[in-house]
Design a protein around this ligand. Structure first.
Ligand code: GLU
Length: 580
């Protein structure tokens, strides 16, 4: 009989097997295994293991030592070693993100905010993207450790703080949740005299007043410190939250419009608990002058994505209900006057600020922050918005990508849950092919047609090429195909090709495109992906993608309504593999 602890030991053996070589392992390979999952070695869930590990230096670690080392944090060790995190293949995902990062980099359009010197003179070239998953997997590219004022990115968090302190009923007496459709600094209110929402200046100023009114014993600086402390917890204390006196002075010197809003609020609805207008303005302007980095903001965003629990400390910083309300407001109004378009195109709650930051929340997956000072006409960072667009062009992160029609342009879904579902769908499809399912057979036929059409680019199709198509099919589908049938299909297409050369008929490639076009409405993402995959493998078979093959792949992806970005990632992946 096997007892429970033996089963446990067996699992520890399997963990050990992932890092051992010749019966022992080293601290470096254990750290490497953890880091490749996206988890930092300073992760709080691995603190004991890592502290113990440090004592080993370069020494060899045998199984007994390993078991003792990981004993207290088995769960997290097992999750990182076995990649059981929200994004299982963090390495692959990071490389894809790098491609998006670099594709946005050359865009130098837009210009810095210039209403205060510190923003006008900021280095426009700065470009950083930081990500943090809800499991605490992290990465940063470019200028992610540059402190900048958070400006309007502060607004949803001031609102969240107000909700947390005072409750929705009281807060909503002073601010609405409607998109304004007007400039962010407009002197415009709802018919009942409340500001439209907490993301426009009027709403944010009112929220600053509301927070100040709840802490009469504190001065504006102390109240700001309370909000900075909240930011600190949201970003897991990664680095200090700073305050820029220079920004604050300039903000105050140029705040006429904001003062006009404050007077309007006082004159119309009245301020919460009769709070002093100047104190309210000091809190508002101070919040704009808080300084953080993209890396910090990405963790704060991840805390929101994780329902208020900071992924890198495990601390519940905001209640889930407050986060839900905050995200809803960000979704409707986070990107100034462009919020509607952003929601349509990107479909994610986000908040931008005029210093060039955007904080984006992908619920249940990750938070991300971009930093690039050049702004578009709406006041949103050009590269930041473009990064978000490119991201959802490649990954199923748009809120409505979850619509279940199975046609998302074959976008990638790096989530663990979706990954296993996808594997199951694909294995079902493979099984169905071998059992004669009509849909599955259609996919199979189109795969074979695609491979033949690409191969025929060289004009001839000989037995070794037919064999190679059969092998490729077998690798993708895990099953053989009828060689005689494949051979006669190939010959028929070759015949067609010869006729096309003599200008009598359309060539096999054009014929293929027409057929794909015709079948498109009946093909789901899985079918489309397999067809593209088969074309892709044939094109890459000789280790490179010739210009003509590249053109054909793009044409196939296009006719299959597969997003161009997805094909880019596939090509980049292939090049990496080949280079490696
Ligand atoms: N400090 C700016 C203002 O109140 C806010 C800038 C922003 O929207 O990021 O006008």
């Amino acid at each position: 009989m096997i007892n429970a602890s033996e089963i446990g030991m067996d699992r520890i053996h399997r963990l050990f097997a992932l890092v051992e070589k010749g019966g022992t392992t080293t601290a470096a390979s254990i750290r490497g295994r953890v880091q490749s999952s996206g988890i930092d070695t300073d992760d709080f869930r691995l603190a004991t293991t890592m502290a113990r590990l440090n004592q080993f230096g370069e020494q060899h670690i045998d199984f007994e030592q390993f078991a003792a080392l990981v004993a207290d944090e088995l769960l997290m060790v097992s999750r990182t070693f076995n990649r059981q995190l929200v994004i299982p293949d963090w390495q692959e995902f990071s490389r894809d993100i790098e491609i998006v990062y670099h594709s946005v980099e050359p865009d130098k359009s837009g210009r810095n905010a210039d209403y205060i010197p510190i923003l006008r003179d900021a280095d426009s070239e700065k470009w950083g993207v930081a990500l943090c998953s809800v499991d605490g997997q992290r990465m940063g590219l470019g200028d992610v450790d540059v402190y900048h004022s958070i400006q309007s990115v502060s607004k949803p968090i001031t609102y969240a703080y107000a909700l947390e302190q005072e409750g929705f009923a009281f807060v909503s007496q002073y601010v609405g949740v409607e998109p304004s459709g007007r400039a962010f600094n407009a002197l415009d209110l709802l018919p009942d005299q409340r500001p439209f929402n907490p993301c426009v200046n009027a709403g944010a100023i009112m929220m600053a007043g509301l927070v100040a009114s709840g802490a009469p014993a504190l001065n504006a600086r102390e109240i700001t410190q309370t909000l900075m402390d909240l930011w600190g917890r949201l970003c897991g204390g990664l680095a200090p939250v700073l305050f820029s006196e220079q920004t604050m002075r300039s903000e105050r010197d140029t705040a006429d419009n904001n003062f006009a809003i404050a007077y309007l609020l006082r004159g119309r609805l009245g301020l919460p608990r009769g709070v002093d207008l100047h104190k309210m303005m000091d809190v508002y302007l101070s919040c704009c002058s808080i300084e953080m980095t993209a890396r910090m903001l990405s963790i704060a965003a991840a805390t929101l994505a994780n329902g208020g629990v900071c992924p890198i400390t495990g601390q519940q910083v905001l209640t889930t209900d407050v986060v839900k309300k905050t995200l809803s407001v960000m979704q409707a109004s986070g990107l100034y006057d462009n919020a509607g378009t952003f929601t349509l195109e990107v479909g994610l709650p986000a908040k931008s600020g005029v210093a060039g930051a955007i904080m984006v929340v992908i619920p249940n997956v990750m938070g991300l922050a971009t930093f690039s000072p050049r702004l578009d006409d709406y006041g949103n960072s050009v590269r930041g918005v473009s990064f978000c667009q490119q991201l959802v062009d490649r990954f199923t992160f748009h809120v409505y990508d979850s619509l279940s029609g199975g046609r998302s342009g074959c976008k990638r879904d790096p989530r663990a849950s979706q990954h296993s579902r996808k594997q199951k769908d694909l294995s079902d499809l493979r099984w169905a092919v071998s059992h004669g399912d009509r849909y599955a057979l259609k996919v199979r036929d189109l795969m074979l047609e695609c491979m033949i059409a690409i191969t025929l680019a060289d004009g001839q199709i000989e037995q070794p090429e037919v064999q190679s198509i059969a092998d490729t099919f077998a690798r993708i589908m895990g099953q053989q195909t009828d060689q005689a049938e494949l051979h006669s299909l190939a010959m028929a297409r070759q015949e067609q090709s010869a006729q096309a050369d003599s200008k009598v008929a359309v060539g096999p490639f054009e014929g293929l495109l027409t057929r794909l076009q015709h079948e498109l409405p009946t093909l789901d993402d899985n079918g489309r992906e397999l067809i593209l995959e088969s074309a892709f493998r044939v094109a890459c078979a000789d280790g490179e993608i010739e210009p003509d093959e590249d053109r054909k792949l793009r044409a196939i992806a296009d006719v299959l309504a597969i997003n161009p970005g997805v094909l880019e990632l596939k090509i980049a992946h292939f090049k990496r593999q080949f280079a490696g």
